[in-house]
Design a protein around this ligand. Structure first.
Ligand SMILES: *Cc1c(COP(=O)(O)O)cnc(C)c1O
Length: 288
């Protein structure tokens, strides 16, 4: 599993799956996967860009290495958490992935009022996926599916706006003296930009900001006083969100110059959002 994975997915592996005798080891997002494949590796779980840090991965290269390992004997499959890109901006099965997982709670629902998810599988894995789905008794209610289907109708127009506003905020923040670096693969300056440009057709509104060293009180003064950004985890809805990020790594340390924030650009007016961020950054100066 990639070290930049969504933390609850790590927790599932480290706690629940461990009790079933399933072992999980972690690789850094930039690593060559070949060095990490063991004789008993059944699956590689990736996420690109990764949660909180937005590091890209070369998914087609990873998939071909994993499949060459022992795919023939029913061995190593590749799973991706594709929530950031949605199937509109990245099509995992066309890039060698076997199973693509989507939190439809985020952009597909789009209005922060439903919890849904799905898995898409290639022909090789579809029958098994269907079987497991039945065995585990997983289901989504009719009302929730209605909200998911309704969200799909506006997904493309919403995502275009999330993308545009996200990039506008990211570029504006990049020019600010309080900011050390922006984590957003659609920015030309990002180390993952070349891979993103090759494989993805767009970016959503979620990205990271690394501030220059600042006290906890200064970060709180910035975040707590924002008018248009809620403090929240579950992004992908119409509203802008901000949250301090606590990065958990076990394979390789993620070196951040200062506090890390994750921003979700919602559908509000970009000028209003920038004015709000500008006032927030000004509040940092007065904090102890
Ligand atoms: C939010 C999120 C999930 C889980 O979504 P829920 O439907 O809220 O459980 C999975 N993966 C990523 C990357 C997420 O951001």
């Amino acid at each position: 599993m990639v070290d930049s994975c969504y933390e609850p997915t790590r927790n599932l592996c480290d706690r629940t799956l461990r009790r079933f005798g399933i072992e999980t080891s972690y690789y850094a997002p930039g690593d060559d996967i070949a060095a990490h494949l063991k004789p008993n590796t059944k699956a590689v779980f990736c996420e690109a860009p990764g949660s909180l840090t937005f590091e890209m991965q070369d998914i087609p290269a990873l998939a071909s290495t994993a499949h060459a390992h022992n795919y023939g004997s029913g061995g190593t499959s590749v799973l991706i958490d594709n929530t950031w890109a949605t199937p509109l901006f990245f099509r995992p099965l066309e890039h060698g992935v076997d199973l693509s997982i989507q939190a439809a709670t985020k952009y597909i629902g789009g209005h922060a009022d439903v919890m849904l998810g799905y898995v898409a599988a290639n022909a090789r894995h579809a029958a098994r996926l269907h079987q497991v789905h039945g065995d585990l008794g997983l289901f989504a209610s009719g009302d929730d599916c209605f909200l998911g289907l309704r969200g799909l109708r506006t997904l493309s127009v919403r995502l275009a706006r999330h993308q545009e506003t996200g990039l506008t905020l990211a570029r504006w923040l990049q020019g600010r003296p309080e900011v050390a670096r922006i984590l957003h693969p659609a920015l030309e300056s990002d180390p993952g930009h070349v891979l993103w440009k090759r494989d993805f057709s767009g970016a959503c509104g979620l990205f990271g900001v690394i501030l220059k060293p600042a006290s906890e009180a200064a970060v709180a003064a910035f975040v707590d006083g924002l008018q248009h950004f809620g403090i929240g985890y579950s992004w992908g809805g119409f509203e802008s969100l901000i949250v301090p990020a606590h990065i958990k790594r076990t394979a390789k340390l993620f070196a951040a110059e200062g506090p890390v924030l994750r921003i979700h650009a919602g559908l509000e007016d970009a000028g209003d959002l920038i004015a709000d961020l500008e006032q927030g950054l000004a509040r940092m100066k007065d904090a102890p």
